[in-house]
Structures are given as structure tokens and as C-alpha cells.
Design a protein around this ligand. Structure first.
Ligand SMILES: *Cc1c(COP(=O)(O)O)cnc(C)c1O
Length: 243
């Protein structure tokens, strides 16, 4: 299958999931997660009409942003982010999906103000593992999310778009997405502008759309199985410093 065919297939899955959920297909966006894949693949998908692309490693994002500076696309950063790399990510114009602590919000806000241009962010929620333990994929504990959203919304440089999460690796994603949707509703009551929900990947996008996702993040179903087995969520590496 070609990349363009994969794009049509994934878009058809999203549209079908939206209709099944009684939602408008146009209300669910697609973020193509291009991590590990070459810039030329991004170019092909961009030519096929895909506009939003995501990366989870800072160096890879920065390299592709340079290589693809001539392409009209929007970058998103979906990996865990250290504060000392936050300004470099902000300068690419990327939407940051992984704000999970006040200190990172503060650093991104400062970068935005120095650039004179807002940084759009999602607050990442840790939905936990099957036994309720922290999932080690980043994300704030659900109980900490409303206050973190208040912090983000109170900055001059950040625009809160909504919540982001990865479902637990094991088991049915639906209950986790339902908890995420309830939390998103609570955040939206305080911050009506934060109406987006970044959730769902190749294996669980239908469940995420059923729960209200407005942006699904798809890698494998578009590009194929990744050549590198680890690093997907950097979960085999020590948790980055909270600084
Ligand atoms: C890699 C990644 C995805 C895409 O996962 P696939 O299963 O390949 O579709 C989505 N979100 C995040 C945060 C990722 O790191």
C-alpha cells in the first residue's frame, strides 16, 4: 500500500468512527506521527493533503523542521519534553501535546513571549496502567490536571487547546478514554476555549473517537511498523528530570 492509500484508509476509519458515534467526521482531525520515518515520507503525505505531523524526539523534530521548511505543514510534539529543550521546540512553531507539569508550562510561556508568538499546548493526562499505576509515558495525574490547566490558561504566551492522553497499553481502552472525556468536560467548564481532545492511535482510534477525541495521532497505520522497536514512548529510559 502506498502512503497516500494508507492516508485514505485511515481517514475512512476516522470518518466511519465519527458517524458511528453520531459525530461529524470534520470534527475529528488527523495528526500523522512521523517519528522514525524519513522526511521524504512526510513530503509524500503532505502532497496527499496531510497538514499536521507529530514527532516525539526533539532532535528528530528539529532536523525534519529544517528539511521540510519548504512544505506547508504544522508540527506537533508528542513526546516527553525537558525544559532545556522547550524553547527549541517552541521555535519550530510546534503544538506541544505533552505539558505535564507547571515548570514546563512556565518555560514554554517564557519562550513564547520571547518569540512574540503564542505556543499552543495540550495538557497531557496520565491514564495509568492496567492496575492503576503510573504509565511512565508522561502526563500529569488526573487529580493535578485542573490546576495545571489553570496555570497554562493564566499565562500570556500559551494557548490551551485541551487534553491529550495515551491509553494504557493493556486492556480495553474505552474505560480510560471515558475517564479522560469526563476530565476534559470538567476542564472545558472552566476553559471553554480548551475544547480539543488529543487521543487515539492506530490501534484504538475508534474507541477514542467514540469518547470524543477531536484529534487522533496515528503512526503505524499510515507509515507502517516502525523500524526501531523501542523509543516509542521512551518508556525503557529513565523518566526525564522534573527539574
Ligand atoms: C508513536 C505515538 C503515536 C502513534 O502510535 P501508533 O500506534 O504508531 O499509531 C501516538 N501518540 C504518541 C504520543 C506516540 O508517541
Amino acid at each position: 500500500m502506498s502512503l497516500a492509500e494508507n492516508l485514505r484508509t485511515v481517514r475512512a476509519r476516522i470518518d466511519a468512527a465519527a458517524r458511528t458515534a453520531g459525530r461529524a467526521p470534520a470534527d475529528v482531525g488527523l495528526l500523522a506521527v512521523s517519528k522514525t520515518w524519513p522526511a521524504d515520507d512526510v513530503r509524500v503525505l503532505a502532497a496527499a493533503g496531510q497538514h499536521d505531523f507529530g514527532e516525539n524526539r526533539v532532535q528528530e523534530l528539529l532536523g525534519k523542521a529544517v528539511d521540510l521548511a519548504d512544505v506547508d505543514l504544522r508540527w506537533h510534539f508528542v513526546g516527553q519534553l525537558q525544559r532545556n529543550k522547550a524553547a527549541a521546540v517552541a521555535r519550530t512553531g510546534a503544538v506541544v501535546h505533552s505539558v505535564d507539569r507547571p515548570a514546563l508550562a512556565t518555560t514554554l510561556d517564557r519562550a513564547a513571549q520571547e518569540m512574540g508568538r503564542p505556543v499552543e499546548v495540550f495538557v497531557q493526562v496520565d491514564l495509568g496502567g492496567p492496575e492503576g499505576e503510573a504509565a511512565a509515558r508522561g502526563g500529569a495525574a488526573p487529580v493535578a490536571v485542573p490546576a495545571l490547566c489553570d496555570t497554562v490558561a493564566g499565562t500570556a504566551g500559551l494557548r490551551l487547546r485541551g487534553l491529550m492522553a495515551v491509553a494504557p497499553r493493556e486492556g480495553d481502552p474505552a474505560p480510560a478514554f471515558a475517564r479522560l472525556a469526563a476530565l476534559a468536560e470538567r476542564v472545558r467548564a472552566d476553559h471553554p476555549e480548551a475544547g480539543e481532545l488529543s487521543a487515539g492511535m492506530s490501534g484504538d482510534l475508534e474507541a477514542a473517537v467514540a469518547a470524543g477525541a477531536t484529534l487522533v495521532r496515528v503512526g503505524t497505520a499510515l507509515f507502517g511498523a516502525r523500524p526501531l522497536p523501542c523509543g516509542e514512548f521512551e518508556e525503557h529510559q529513565p523518566r526525564e528530570s522534573q527539574q
